[in-house]
Write a protein that binds this ligand. Structure first.
Ligand code: CA
Length: 240
C-alpha cells in the first residue's frame, strides 16, 4: 500500500512517515503544495494525507486540482483549522475525511485502515499478468488454476513492480521500498526474491520469457500486457 503524505512541517511529516512505515505502508512525502499537485497525478497512490496550509499552493487547491484530473484515491485532509466551515469546505472539495490537528496517531491509523478497506472491497483487486491472476486483496497468485500464496516481501516486491509496470525499478529503490532503511546494500536479497517471484509467476520451467525482465545495470521491470501477449504468440484460442 502506497501512501502520499503532503505536509510541510518536517516534524509532523517524520512522525507520520515513521508510524506508517512501522505499520508496513510505503510512504512518499511532499512538502510543497505545487509539487504535491504534480506528484499526486504521477503515481497511483492508495491514499493521500493532505495538510491544508502548505507553501506553494494550499491543500484545498491541490485537492481540487487532483479531483478535476480524475484522481480518485481517498484523501484525508489534516488541518489545524477546527470547526464546521473548514470541514464542509474540505468535504465539498473532494476530501473523503478530515482530521484536526493535533490528532492521535492511532485514530489516524484507524481512519486510514477504514478507507483502504473500502477501497479494497472494490472488485478491481484482480490484476491479470499474462496467464497469471494476482489478487491484491488476498495476496495470492493463480496460475493454470493453481493458487499460490505470496509472502509479504514477495507481495511488496510485486506490488512495487506493478505500480511501475513497464518501467525499470532500480535495485536501490526496491531495497528502500521493500526492505526499508535498515537493509545492507551489499546483500543479494533482491536477486533472491526476484528468483522466488519468478518461480511463482512463471512456473518452474517457463516456456516464454519471464514476466519480470532483468535490465542489466539498471534494475527490473514487469512486462506490460502487450509484451506478454507478443511473447506468447498466437495461442489455440486464436484459430478462427
Ligand atoms: Ca502546514
Amino acid at each position: 500500500m502506497l501512501i502520499l503524505v503532503v505536509e510541510d512541517d518536517a516534524r509532523v511529516a517524520r512522525f507520520i512517515t515513521r508510524g506508517l512505515g512501522e505499520e508496513g505502508y510505503q510512504v512518499d512525502v511532499c512538502t510543497r503544495g505545487d509539487e504535491a499537485a504534480e506528484q499526486g497525478l504521477a503515481s497511483p497512490y492508495d491514499l493521500i494525507l493532505l495538510d491544508w496550509g502548505l507553501p506553494g499552493q494550499d491543500g484545498l487547491t491541490v485537492l481540487r486540482h487532483w479531483r478535476l484530473r480524475g484522481v480518485q484515491c481517498p484523501v484525508i485532509m489534516l488541518t489545524a483549522r477546527a470547526g464546521t466551515d473548514p470541514l464542509v469546505l474540505a468535504l465539498d472539495s473532494g476530501a473523503d475525511d478530515y482530521v484536526e490537528k493535533p490528532f492521535s496517531f492511532e485514530a489516524l491509523l484507524a481512519r486510514i485502515r477504514a478507507h483502504l478497506r473500502r477501497r479494497l472491497e472494490h472488485p478491481t483487486s484482480l490484476v491479470h499478468l499474462g496467464d497469471t491472476i494476482l489478487d491484491l486483496r488476498r495476496r495470492t497468485l493463480t496460475r493454470s488454476g493453481t493458487m499460490v500464496e505470496l509472502s509479504s516481501r514477495e507481495f511488496a516486491l510485486l506490488d512495487l513492480l506493478l505500480r511501475h509496470r513497464g518501467d525499470v525499478v532500480s535495485r536501490t529503490r526496491i531495497l528502500d521500498r521493500v526492505w526499508g532503511v535498515a537493509h545492507d546494500p551489499s546483500s543479494n536479497v533482491v536477486e533472491v526474491y526476484i528468483r522466488y517471484l519468478r518461480v511463482k509467476l512463471d512456473g518452474e520451467s517457463p516456456a516464454v520469457a519471464s514476466l519480470i525482465e532483468t535490465v542489466r545495470g539498471r534494475g527490473y521491470r514487469l512486462r506490460t500486457d502487450d509484451e506478454v501477449v507478443a511473447s506468447q504468440g498466437p495461442g489455440p484460442d486464436d484459430e478462427t
